[in-house]
Design a protein around this ligand. Structure first.
Ligand SMILES: Cc1cc2nc3c(=O)[nH]c(=O)nc-3n(C[C@H](O)[C@H](O)[C@H](O)COP(=O)(O)OP(=O)(O)OC[C@H]3O[C@@H](n4cnc5c(N)ncnc54)[C@H](O)[C@@H]3O)c2cc1C
Length: 465
């Protein structure tokens, strides 16, 4: 992935807005850009546009949406921004956070009312770190459904989307304007296209083991659960352009990946009162700090595996997730009628398990040693148990951007026509895994994507006037 000189671009084809990557970010940007110009081209490396988005739970946090209002949920961009800043311990870019929080509600309303996406707002539990219920997604809570809805909308909008087109080089002039790109086809041929603006929506570097080893060594042993083509191309172009890169050690980890089925077991079971115990049947952290930072703690436990222990009540919210139901059907979730049976099926010591569950009763009105308060009713039979490990879902560091999604140079001035969104851009989580607030991935893809599409297309249209 390199940068070439502008004079090496040799094509008559020129497009207003070229977008690299057809995940939630690229498709949102395309939808927004197509409202102002018909000259939009999405280039996607895969045969089918899937991306990390299709592997996700498809949940996008947003504040002040119509869907929230219909359910009586009171929220605002200010409260949302505060939650994002608090979770990242003030390490994220406050201006970008506020701009995204501000645009989030209108973006979900736009997707629902103008682009025909059937989204709903989850209101039966609040994800750790969010002040109120603000997760929006398909009823199935499946990223594949979100991706299909976006693809349908893009098709209706008449946007050109080319698959099996791996963008390799950016062509750059002396003023650091991006004048075009080239892309390779599976048969080895390559084509060039000129562009007035370029949006990088090709996600981060989670699938690139060398880059993970370099920037996120604590997760080198984690199960990689993201998309195989998140190879770090945006990062490589950023390096070649000498762009400002930030928070490369940040990521979305997850502490609940089924060992047997290598799939996400939703954190809802923990948020509703479930716990994680190690091979000694001991808890080792405040699970409610968040699933992302919990991931590296799981990797420090014996065999890098732990048990999610919860009960039938905790399971109710999880049953809304298609992926959870699939795991259940596949036998990844064990059921026990008593503590004795729980000990038998997990192989955990009965006395240690009894002690751990008994101890929880002490912490319903005061924090335990890890700082967790159990506001929920105590766990009781019938129990559920699942053996899980930690996963790396996607990287959060990337090209630094401003409130218009414009990529910044090292001196913090923006490139004139280069944008980055979603996993390609610096995320909203600050420098560490603990800064990841649930939904930060799709928030940056979809909301910053819409902003990038609007600004890039607006810039092109202005030049014609
Ligand atoms: C199991 C799991 C659950 C998750 N759940 C959630 C959730 O509920 N909410 C949330 O906010 N986040 C979630 N995430 C994170 C979320 O999936 C990502 O943050 C988000 O999908 C990123 O979107 P994107 O558009 O930036 O990238 P992607 O969806 O990965 O799209 C990028 C596209 O770019 C293409 N591409 C890459 N390089 C090139 C190239 N050189 N040329 C052309 N195309 C290229 C790729 O093939 C890919 O299709 C989850 C992740 C996982 C793994």
């Amino acid at each position: 992935m390199k940068v070439k000189k502008a004079k090496e671009l040799n094509t008559d084809i020129n497009v207003d807005v070229v977008i690299v990557g057809a995940g939630a970010g690229g498709l949102s940007a395309a939808l927004a850009a197509s409202e102002q110009t018909s000259s939009v081209l999405v280039l996607e490396r895969n045969e089918t546009p899937l991306g990390n988005t299709s592997l996700s739970a498809g949940l996008i946090p947003a504040a002040g949406t119509q869907l929230q209002k219909e359910k009586g949920i009171v929220d605002s961009a200010e409260i949302f921004a505060q939650d994002l800043i608090k979770k990242a311990k003030n390490q994220n870019d406050e201006k970008v956070v506020k701009a995204i929080a501000q645009a989030s509600g209108a973006t979900i309303d736009w997707l629902v009312n103008e682009k025909g996406l059937a989204l709903h707002c989850i209101d039966d539990f609040t994800y750790p770190g969010h002040s109120v219920c603000r997760m929006h997604g398909p009823k199935s809570q499946s990223g594949m459904d979100l991706q299909h809805m976006l693809l349908n909308a893009v098709e209706k909008a008449g946007v050109d989307l080319l698959t099996e087109a791996t963008v390799e080089h950016l062509y750059v002039d002396e003023e650091q304007h991006i004048v075009g790109v080239d892309f390779y086809r599976p048969d080895g041929s390559f084509e060039q296209v000129g562009c007035n603006t370029l949006i990088l929506a090709c996600n981060g570097f989670g699938a690139n083991t060398a880059l993970v080893e370099k920037y996120i060594p604590e997760m080198r042993d984690a199960e990689y659960c993201g998309f195989e083509l998140s190879a770090g191309h945006a990062l490589e172009w950023g390096l070649a352009l000498d762009a400002s890169l930030a928070d490369l050690g940040a990521y979305q980890g997850h502490a609940s990946v089924s060992v047997t089925h290598k799939a996400l077991l939703t954190w809802a079971v923990i948020a509703q009162g479930g716990i994680q115990v190690n091979a000694d049947a001991k808890r080792f952290s405040n699970e409610m700090n968040g699933y992302s930072e919990q991931a590296s703690l799981v990797l420090k436990q014996p065999n890098q595996q732990v048990w999610n222990i919860y009960d039938e009540r905790c399971e109710q919210s999880a049953l809304h997730f298609q992926e959870y139901r699939d795991l259940k059907d596949a036998g990844a979730i064990k059921e026990a009628e008593s503590i004795e049976q729980l000990s038998e099926i997990t192989g955990l010591s009965l006395s240690a398990l009894k002690q751990t569950l008994e101890e929880l009763k002490l912490y319903t009105d005061k924090p335990d040693v890890f700082g967790r308060v159990f506001a929920e009713p105590m766990l009781k039979a019938p129990y559920r148990a699942a053996l899980v490990t930690a996963g790396l879902f996607h990287t959060q560091g990337g090209l630094e951007v401003n409130t218009e999604a414009r990529v910044l140079k090292k001196d913090k001035t923006p490139f004139a026509n280069l944008f980055a969104i979603g996993g390609a851009a610096r995320g909203l989580s600050g420098a560490e895994a603990s800064g990841y607030l649930s939904g930060n991935g799709l928030l940056s893809a979809v909301v910053l994507g819409r902003i990038a599409g609007q600004v890039a297309a607006g810039q092109c249209v202005r030049t014609y006037q």
